[in-house]
Design a protein around this ligand. Structure first.
Ligand SMILES: [Zn+2]
Length: 159
């Protein structure tokens, strides 16, 4: 699974979304590597290694593997809200950093350290099962949900 770092197109997204910043969907090669700050790298690895189940969203029964070495890359998505962006990566993205020296962009490193880890609870809209299917209404619900998550990430507080 390859998505260019920084892409507004996300995994499972139908279209590009202005708030989205994909990272860590490397495919079979590492385009950005080399950390000049070992402490920063270790801090990022520690943070990403200690993710709880709740820190991930969209748990599925399937999973994808690292196309470089076949390690399991997890079956969920990590979303971090920070400074007006939602940074989306595969749940086991830490593998690329540890095993293949992947270095995400500085704004991603910043988000990993200080951002809001979006939970399934944050990332769900209320479904009115009796209502007729109305794509515009659903889009509007998602737009306000995303707005909410972006705002939480601005405050940097977890509620
Ligand atoms: Zn690998």
């Amino acid at each position: 699974m390859y998505i260019k770092d920084g892409s507004e197109l996300g995994y499972n997204c139908r279209k590009e979304e202005a708030h989205n910043y994909s990272w860590g969907w490397l495919g079979n090669k590492v385009e950005s590597s080399g950390w000049d700050n070992e402490d920063s790298k270790n801090e990022v690895i520690a943070r990403l290694s200690n993710l709880k189940y709740e820190d991930l969203i969209g748990h599925t029964r399937g999973f994808h593997v690292c196309e470089i070495c076949n390690e399991c890359m997890g079956s969920a998505t990590l979303k971090i809200s920070h400074n007006g962006k939602i940074f989306s990566a595969p749940s086991n993205v830490v593998h690329y950093i540890e095993a293949h020296d992947y270095k995400p962009a500085d704004i991603v490193v910043e988000a990993i350290k200080n951002g809001l880890y979006v939970t399934d609870n944050d990332w769900s809209i209320d479904w009115d099962r009796d209502a007729e299917y109305d794509e515009d209404k659903i889009d509007a619900k998602w737009a306000s949900k995303i707005e909410e998550v972006l705002l939480k990430g601005m405050r940097g507080t977890i509620s």
